[in-house]
Every structure is written in structure tokens, then in C-alpha cells.
Design a protein around this ligand. Sequence first.
Ligand code: MG
Length: 330
Amino acid sequence: MIIDREPEQSAHARMGGRPLLLIVDDQPSNIQVLFSIFKDDYDVCMALSGEATFTFLEQRLPDLILLDVVMPEVSGFDVCRRLKGSERTADIPVIFVTANSDPEEEARGLVAGAVDFIVKPFHATVVKARVNTQLTVKRQADQLRAMAMVDGLTGVANRRRFDAVLEIEWRRAAREGGELAVIMIDVDFFKRYNDRFGHLEGDNCLRQVAGALQQRLTRSPDLLARYGGEEFVCVLPATGLNGALILSNELEQRVRALGLPHPDSEAAAVVTVSIGAAAGRPSEGGSAAALLANADTQLYCAKQNGRARVCGQNFSAQGQHGDPVDAAAN
Ligand SMILES: [Mg+2]
């Protein structure tokens, strides 16, 4: 599955704050009733039509939508189908609220993707309980989705997230004509570190290296991920080779500055990393996979040249790469 977006969370999921409820109904009096039920426990917003709902969703993502079925122009069913058809909004639970108690209507609502169907007149306590249940389910699903994107050992993004983000950023840069850089980072002689100190210390080393790398990556679109084993990788949007090399050298120095003793390393007395960087303009062709392969080649080059250093290269879709740069020599 290709995820064509950064995982986007509501305020509730992001900050553990109050859930955000969106009430959609063409009758303000109906909205008032629901608002008074929920205003003490949740942040409540409202929309008076299907179109207003989509406008709202461009700005904010609620944790749950209470949706009227019968509305002029865009019906509640149509709103629900459209929400479920868009990856950005598909995970928002929808509960239909209607005066029509026809089972066929209820079935239509569930087929359209709703999680529940509430028939008016309703009891406030029942509506509250049903909304609470769905919010709990949503919160758990959000947590699972977030965990599925994080590396359990180091807490940075995992490879699945990296693959998704690299694709997104490649396509974005291809559309906008901007640059994109990828850097690959490998801990030098890590097997020897494990052999000498044991796997628990090896894990601790990887956590510290990840922490040192992450501390430097403060620009919001930049992503650090654990690629596997002792390998890390960064996606750097709007970054050319120069910027990637400057950053790579800083990352190399930061890991070295941790001062983790590594007596069996041939590169230094402490834990070090080798880094390969590649940068290019996706609008000129090629693929995200080819850019990544370029960074991997540069990592190999850094290792061949003695490790604990940075190598980089401009990526070209035609396969005519620029001159490799041994940045450690600079
Ligand atoms: Mg209505």
C-alpha cells in the first residue's frame, strides 16, 4: 500500500487533548441539541451542509463526525462515501443521526461506511455512550497505526515509514521541480562492537546513535529512519548535494562526539559512522529507488575510503552521475 500523505493526526491523537467532534446537520436546532450533550467533554465544531463539511476537513481532522442523513444538495450518504473514498479522511468514524428508523436506510448508512446509526428521538446518555465507544476504538486504531511506523528499538521512524515518505517526497519534488536528497548512514564495525560488548550494549549504542542523529534533524520535513540493523537513512526534501554533505558531516561528527569506546574499530577509538549522500531533481526523471541506490553506492564508497567519513554524488536520471565527492577531504 502506498500512503500518499504524512500520517496526519487530530489534536486528540497528537496531544492527548480533548477529542474533536464535528456535527453536520442542515438544521441548527438539531446541532444545538447534540452540542449541549457533548460540549462539556469534547471540542465541538459544526457544519450546516456537505460542502461546508469538506471545507472544514481541509483545515482540521475531527476524531468523529455525527452526520445528518437528509440534507439538501449533498446527502449524508454522499458525504460519508466521499470521506471513506479519500485516504486522508477514511479513518474518521462517522455516526449517522436521522429521524428515519427504516432498517433499509440504516443498512445504506452502514454500507456507505458509517460505524453506527442513531435514530431520533434519542437519549443523551445512549448517544454519549455510543460516541465514547467509537472514540475509544478510534484512539486505539490511531495508536496502532503510529506504532506500525516506529522502530521499536530506537524510537525513530521505521523502514515502512521511510519507504512511504520517500515516495511522497519524490512525487512532491517531481511536481514542484525541487531538489531531494537521501543519505544512508552505517555504524562502522558494528558487528565487532556487538561481539565485544554483547547485544544489549549493541542495542544501547544504536539508541544513542539514533538520538544523536535525530537531535540534528530539526527541520520538520526531514525524516530519520532506521533502515535495518545498524543502518539509518534520511530523507531531506528541498535539499541539494551541498546541503546534504554539510548535514552528513555534522551527523558524522555528532556520532563521534558521543565518545562511545570502540576498541575493535579500525576507523577510530570510538563509535563512528560512514555516510553516503545522493541528491537530485526528481522532475528530471529517475525514481526514488534509484536515488536511494545512489546513496547506497556512496555509502559503499565511504566505507572503501576508510570509513568514518562522508561521500556524496549528484543523482542524474540518465545514469551520468556527477563527480563523486569525498567530503571528508574538505
Ligand atoms: Mg436534515
